[in-house]
Write a protein that binds this ligand. Structure first.
Ligand code: ADP
Ligand code: MG
Length: 140
């Protein structure tokens, strides 16, 4: 387990970038934390670490967005609006989870039963006592 405390979105982006630089084909990272915690900021950092040039945004309405311009393909999931786990089957999630790219999954606890054992689990938490821009990032 590793804990990273950040005090700005830039620092959270940098934490993601470090992960992206080290990422290997087949890696899966789950991201959990409240709305506005910084999951998408972190993901943008991961994309930068993979040298992805495209603009990365949360794929809330499409569940998955794929980026192919980097060192490895990035499969960015946001499953916040999923209402039935079968929607994951419909998008063919297994091809991504067990493929040769890097998966990052926002709100992963909502599809917990589908997350492979070997996934790296990341949580981002606020702490009002430590200020508005404070975040605690825990990597399990
Ligand atoms: P999520 O995807 O978890 O819903 P976003 O990444 O879209 O959250 O948004 C996080 C928001 O919080 C952004 O507006 C960002 O500027 C702000 N923010 C403030 N401090 C931090 C921090 N330390 N880390 C990440 N984001 C932060
Ligand atoms: Mg988001």
């Amino acid at each position: 387990m590793k804990v990273i405390e950040t005090y700005s979105s830039e620092e959270t982006f940098e934490a993601g970038r470090t992960i992206g630089r080290a990422a290997k084909a087949g890696d899966i990272y789950t991201l959990d934390g409240d709305l506005g915690a910084g999951k998408t900021v972190f993901t943008k950092g991961v994309a930068a670490g993979l040298s992805i040039k495209e603009h990365v945004n949360s794929p809330t309405f499409t569940i998955i967005q794929q980026y192919d311009t980097g060192r490895l393909p990035l499969y960015h999931f946001d499953v916040y609006r999923i209402s039935d786990i079968e929607e994951m089957d419909e998008i063919g999630y297994e091809d991504y989870f067990y493929g040769n790219g890097v998966c990052i999954i926002e709100w992963a606890h909502l599809i917990n039963e589908l997350i492979p054992e070997n996934a790296a689990r990341i949580t981002i938490e606020k702490n009002p006592e430590k200020g508005f821009d404070y975040r605690k990032i825990t990597i399990y």
